[in-house]
Design a protein around this ligand. Structure first.
Ligand code: 13P
Length: 345
């Protein structure tokens, strides 16, 4: 019974032509985003902004689910409708971020461990009551360059984060919530693509081993990994085709065929870069999972800028969001082309 529901939800999240909107920025992160468009981060502004996104006509054509923050899953639209209900009416599945953030890892300077396991079983039960059907937990891993010793990520960091991800995922499945398992190897730094590939492979192998120990069912989860790319400051960047080839190579070595889908994070890539690379992977194909998006910044940068906190910009902001969602929807099918971007929002 449980597995059947988990499977159906996971498959719906990665349905062809669709992907996930990550709108689960914590208080600190949404403030940073709003600062960049000169908007004060008040509860009402956060509600108005997210309500505007969720009311975008036709959003469900390309958005299967939305990851919410704790504040948002409890919020009501201006007319009193719960935001969760707005999503459900559109045919979009509500989800929830349940980790409590990446905190400094004691004993390993420069590394983090994601917290939030205490009381998680009870919180998951409440979120399910509030309408969530899936959840998200993000672990982060930083890479330091060889010139600085090439120490990070340490085995210790890999172990503690994989353990936490597995305990989270098991608790989610117990509550019939699909866990989005997000181990993110960060793009910051000057490491090359080989190092990103090596680290991503080790991270994914460690995570899937722990998921297995925790009896997590691969059929009822969605993996949310980084793409295999050179560090942002690496002098040698690569083509979309090379990046696609390298990413699929690592995923094939690590991800069980039983996992229904892989929904990439954007991680600081530009909007169009994130779309082009997802498209390149889907054009390449030959993998047993659906490959889609679970983007935060790459879906929201354009609508945020168009909105800039002004009600009169609502239509332009919704058009910008609809455009990015459509482009990424095409990329999930390997049917995007750079020319389509000219039909700007
Ligand atoms: P980005 O796409 O901006 O990396 O955000 C995805 C996300 O959900 C991070 O946890």
């Amino acid at each position: 019974m449980g597995l059947q529901e988990l499977r159906e939800t996971a498959e719906a999240l990665v349905a062809p032509g669709k992907g996930i909107l990550a709108a689960d920025e914590s208080g600190g992160t949404i403030k940073k985003r709003f600062d960049s468009i000169d908007v004060e981060s008040t509860e009402d502004n956060r509600r108005a902004y997210r309500e505007m996104l969720f009311r975008t006509e036709g959003a469900a054509d390309h958005v299967s689910g939305v990851i919410l923050f704790d504040e948002t899953i409890r919020q009501k639209a201006a007319d009193g409708t719960p935001l969760v209900e707005l999503l459900e009416k559109q045919g979009i599945i509500p989800g929830i971020k349940v980790d409590a953030g990446a905190k400094d890892l004691a004993g390993s300077k420069g590394e983090t461990v994601t917290e939030g396991l205490d009381g998680l079983r009870e919180r998951l039960a409440e979120y399910r009551e509030l309408g969530a059907r899936f959840a998200k937990w993000r672990a982060t891993y930083s890479i330091d360059s060889k010139s600085k010793g090439g120490r990070r990520p340490t085995d210790y960091c890999l172990d503690v984060n994989a353990h936490a991800l597995a305990r989270y995922a098991a608790l989610c499945q117990e509550e019939n919530l699909v866990p989005i398992v997000e181990p993110e190897v960060l793009m910051d730094g000057d490491h090359d693509i080989d190092r990103c590939s090596e680290v991503t492979e080790f991270v994914l192998k460690t995570v899937f081993q722990e998921l297995y120990y925790a009896r997590v069912k691969p059929e009822g989860l969605v993996l949310k990994p980084n793409m295999v790319v050179p560090g942002k400051k690496c002098a040698k960047q690569v083509s979309d085709a090379e990046m696609a080839e390298r990413t699929l190579h690592v995923l094939k070595a690590c991800v069980p065929v039983a996992v229904p889908g892989i929904a990439f994070l954007s991680g600081g890539q530009s909007d169009v870069e994130a779309t082009a690379r997802l498209d390149a992977m889907n054009k390449m194909g030959g993998v047993p999972w659906r490959l889609t998006f679970s983007y935060g910044r790459a879906l929201q940068a354009a609508p945020q800028k168009a909105w800039s906190g002004k009600a009169e910009n609502k239509a332009a902001a919704q058009a910008a969001f609809a455009h990015r969602a459509e482009m990424n929807g095409l990329a999930t099918l390997g049917k995007w082309a750079a020319d389509f971007e000219k039909k700007a929002a």
